[in-house]
Design a protein around this ligand. Structure first.
Ligand code: CA
Length: 229
């Protein structure tokens, strides 16, 4: 999952960035509203964490412009505890939820998971697909109830696909989930992670749709996942 962090305070931004990367998200960080606006016009994000008090363009303006483009990217606004009016303005301008500053990083992570879940049309906090289950809160992956060791990027590829069964994700779309601006991407990175996931989960789970990308079937075949045949 790829997130945009919009926060002008250097120290706060660094701690939030660390915390979100620790949760396994690819995160881009911008420190003013104009850069946020540009990033949102040019890149695709799964969620935006938007501070409202920002230089150059305030958060409400960034949010209004986003929604005016009919862009439904989930937005979590951050406001001071006593700033009720700006919270209301933010929600009415199209924010999906809010967090209070100073951030409680555990609460922030939980609200992000809840929003991502809702955006994917799910109510349950754990992904289950056939014999596989993924828990974004604990980063625990299970196969037939047994712990399955996945690297952070294997997890990210599998989560992206399992969140959208039946939908083809192109290599570029998967790369976007895995990397932020600063990361170097090798040209076959996605193939490498798909290959290692197939070794762990069976060759049939992740399908390669020639010339288009990768997908997981809309519903699991009997015994899907873990078959090495
Ligand atoms: Ca600020």
């Amino acid at each position: 999952m790829r997130l945009l962090l919009v926060e002008d305070d250097l120290m706060i931004g660094e701690s939030v960035l660390d915390a979100l990367r620790g949760e396994g998200y690819a995160v881009d960080w911008v420190r003013d509203g104009a850069l946020a606006d540009t990033a949102l016009r040019t890149e695709t994000y799964d969620l935006v964490l938007l501070d409202l008090g920002l230089p150059r363009l305030d958060g409400i303006q960034v949010l209004k412009a986003l929604r005016a483009r009919r862009d439904a990217t989930p937005v979590l606004i951050a406001t001071a505890r006593d700033a009720v009016a700006s919270r209301i303005a933010g929600l009415d301008a199209g924010a999906d939820d809010y967090v209070l500053k100073p951030y409680d990083l555990n609460e922030l992570a939980a609200r992000i998971r809840a929003l991502l879940r809702r955006a994917a049309g799910r109510a349950e906090p754990v992904f289950t697909y056939g014999r596989i289950s993924l828990n974004p809160a604990t980063h625990e992956a299970l196969l037939d109830g047994e712990p399955l060791a996945l690297s952070q990027r294997e997890w990210a590829v599998l989560e992206a696909l399992i969140a959208r069964p039946g939908m083809i994700l192109s290599r570029a779309q998967l790369e976007e989930k895995l990397y932020s601006w600063k990361d170097e991407i090798s040209s076959n990175a996605v193939e490498v992670y798909v290959h290692s996931l197939r070794k762990k989960l069976g060759a049939d789970l992740i399908r390669n749709i020639r010339g288009m990308g990768y997908m997981i079937a809309k519903s699991p075949a009997p015994g899907a996942g873990g078959e090495t045949a």
